[in-house]
Design a protein. Structure first.
Ligand code: IMP
Length: 429
C-alpha cells in the first residue's frame, strides 16, 4: 500500500500540516498537488514552529523527497523566502523538487486578485489576495507561464513580454498603472536562477517511485468544500483540493492511489464568504475561536466557527472515497457542557441528509442537531483511545457510524507527539 492521500474534509485549516509531519517520516515522497501560498500549514516540533505555504511539510524529514506538483501555482519570491527560512531553522532537510508544469504567480496576478475582489463589491469571495484565482485563470486561458518556461531565460523573457502586454490592458481597464517590463523581468529572472536547480521531472520520478513500492504521501491543501467543482461555488478556491485532484495535480493515475484519509476538525471553521449552516455567531463560537486560536495562518483573519456538520462530512466521505478519518483539535472542545452535531438540514422542501443543490438552498439550510454531553479536562496527554473521556469516545464513535468511515487517528494537541493512532492498519496498511 505505497500511496496515501491526506485530504481536507471541510473548508480548509483542518490541521493537515501536523498529520503530514506525523506520517511524513514513514514516506519516501511527500507531494502537494493543488493551490499555492493561499495554504498555510503549521508544524510544531518541541519548541520550534515551522510555517509552510508552498513547500510540503515533509521537507522536515531529511530522507524524504518533497514535490511541488504540477497542479500548483507558485509565487517564486515566496518560495525562495520559504526555502531560506526553513534552512535557517533546520540544517538537515529533505530534497525539494518543483514540477516544470506548475504555474508561476506574478505580481499582476496579486494585483488583479485585489482589483477583481473590489469590483465584486458585496459579492466578494473573500480570497486570500495571493493571486491564486488569476493565476489559475491564466492556466485555463492558456497564457500562464509554467515553471519549465520560467527557468529558461530566453523563453521566459519572450513569454513575459507577451503576457504583460495583455495584463497591462486589463490593468488599464481597472484604471490602474501599468507594470513595467524591465523591472519585473529583472526581479523575476533573478528568482528563476535560484529556483532552476529544483525544477526536475517530478511526474516520472513519482511514477518510478510508485513502481518501486516507495511510500508516497499526498499533502492536500485547502478543503473539500473549497473545491472548484465540488465546493460551495462560487465561494471556492480555483483548484481541486479533493482527493481526485491528487491524480490531476501530480500525474499519478487513479489506480495508484491506495488510501485516502480525510482530516476534519471536531468542529467546523471557514474563512472568507460563503454558506456555513452550523456557524455559531454567539459566545460558544467565540469560545471555540479563543480556545482553538482560530485566526488564519495566511491572512490573520478571524475564522468563522461552528459545530461539526455531518451532512457535509458524509458528502466528503463519499466524494473523496475516504478510508479513514483523522479527527483533529478534539482538545479544543474540552470544557463545553454540551456538544452539538448537525445530522441533517431543514429546508423549505423538507428535511434532508444531502447537501443543498444551489446557493439559494444553502442560504435557507437550518441544521438539525443531535446533542452530546461534553467532557472536561486536558486531553493533550492522552496517547491511547482508552485514555480519552468516555463522552469524547461516544462523540467520535457517532461520527464514524454516521459517515460509515472509521476513526483512524485522533489529534489532541498541536505537537507531533499529541496524536492517537487508533487504527494503524488504516494508514499505510
Ligand atoms: P483564494 O484561494 O485565495 O482564491 O480564496 C478563495 C476562498 O478559499 C476564500 O474563501 C479563502 O478564504 C479560501 N481559502 C483559500 N485557501 C485556504 C486555506 O488554505 N484554508 C482555508 N481557506 C482557504
Amino acid at each position: 500500500m505505497p500511496s496515501l492521500v491526506i485530504v481536507g474534509a471541510q473548508w480548509g485549516d483542518e490541521a493537515k500540516g501536523k498529520m503530514i509531519d506525523v506520517l511524513g517520516g514513514d514516506a519516501s515522497y511527500v507531494v502537494r498537488w493543488s493551490g499555492g501560498n493561499n495554504a498555510g500549514h503549521t508544524v510544531i516540533i518541541g519548541d520550534q514552529t515551522f510555517k509552510f505555504q508552498l513547500i510540503p511539510a515533509g521537507i522536515l524529514h531529511p530522507g524524504t523527497v518533497s514535490i511541488i506538483g504540477g497542479g500548483m501555482v507558485v509565487c517564486p519570491k515566496h518560495l525562495i523566502e520559504e526555502i531560506d527560512r526553513t534552512r535557517e531553522q533546520r540544517a538537515e532537510l529533505g530534497e525539494l523538487i518543483v514540477s516544470p508544469a506548475a504555474h508561476v504567480v506574478f505580481p499582476y496576478h496579486r494585483l488583479l486578485d485585489a482589483l477583481e475582489e473590489e469590483a465584486r463589491g458585496e459579492n466578494k469571495i473573500g480570497t486570500t489576495s495571493r493571486g491564486i484565482g488569476p493565476a489559475y485563470t491564466d492556466k485555463v486561458s492558456r497564457i500562464g507561464i509554467r515553471m519549465g518556461e520560467f527557468v529558461d531565460p530566453d523563453i521566459f523573457a519572450k513569454r513575459l513580454r507577451d503576457v504583460l502586454a495583455v495584463k497591462n490592458r486589463l490593468l488599464r481597464m481597472f484604471d490602474h498603472a501599468e507594470i513595467e517590463f524591465d523591472a519585473l523581468h529583472a526581479e523575476y529572472a533573478a528568482y528563476a536562477e535560484k529556483i532552476r536547480p529544483y525544477v526536475k521531472d517530478a511526474e516520472s520520478r513519482l511514477f518510478s517511485a510508485y513502481q518501486a513500492g516507495e511510500r508516497i504521501l499526498f499533502e492536500g491543501a485547502q478543503g473539500t468544500f473549497l473545491d472548484l467543482d465540488h465546493g460551495t461555488y462560487p465561494y471556492v478556491t480555483s483548484s481541486h483540493p479533493i482527493a481526485g485532484g491528487a491524480c490531476l495535480g501530480t500525474g499519478l493515475g487513479p489506480r495508484h492511489i491506495d488510501r485516502v484519509l480525510g482530516v476534519a476538525k471536531a468542529y467546523t471553521t471557514r474563512v472568507g464568504e460563503g454558506p456555513f449552516p452550523t456557524e455559531l455567531n454567539d459566545s460558544i463560537g467565540q469560545a471555540i475561536r479563543d480556545a482553538g486560536h482560530e485566526y488564519g495562518t495566511v491572512t490573520g483573519r478571524p475564522r468563522r466557527c461552528g459545530w461539526l456538520d455531518l451532512v457535509a462530512l458524509r458528502h466528503s466521505a463519499a466524494i473523496n472515497s475516504l478510508s479513514g478519518w483523522v479527527m483533529t483539535r478534539l482538545d479544543v472542545l474540552s470544557g463545553l457542557e454540551e456538544i452539538r452535531v448537525a445530522t441533517a438540514y431543514k429546508l423549505p422542501s423538507g428535511e434532508t441528509k444531502s447537501l443543498p443543490g444551489s446557493m439559494a438552498e444553502w442560504a435557507q439550510a437550518e441544521p438539525v442537531y443531535q446533542t452530546f454531553k461534553g467532557w472536561s479536562g486536558n486531553l493533550r496527554p492522552c496517547r491511547q483511545w482508552d485514555e480519552l473521556p468516555a463522552e469524547a469516545r461516544t462523540f467520535l464513535e457517532f461520527v464514524a457510524e454516521e459517515t460509515g468511515v472509521p476513526i483512524a487517528v485522533v489529534s489532541v494537541g498541536p505537537d507531533r507527539a499529541e496524536t492517537i493512532i487508533v487504527r494503524p492498519d488504516a494508514l499505510w496498511g
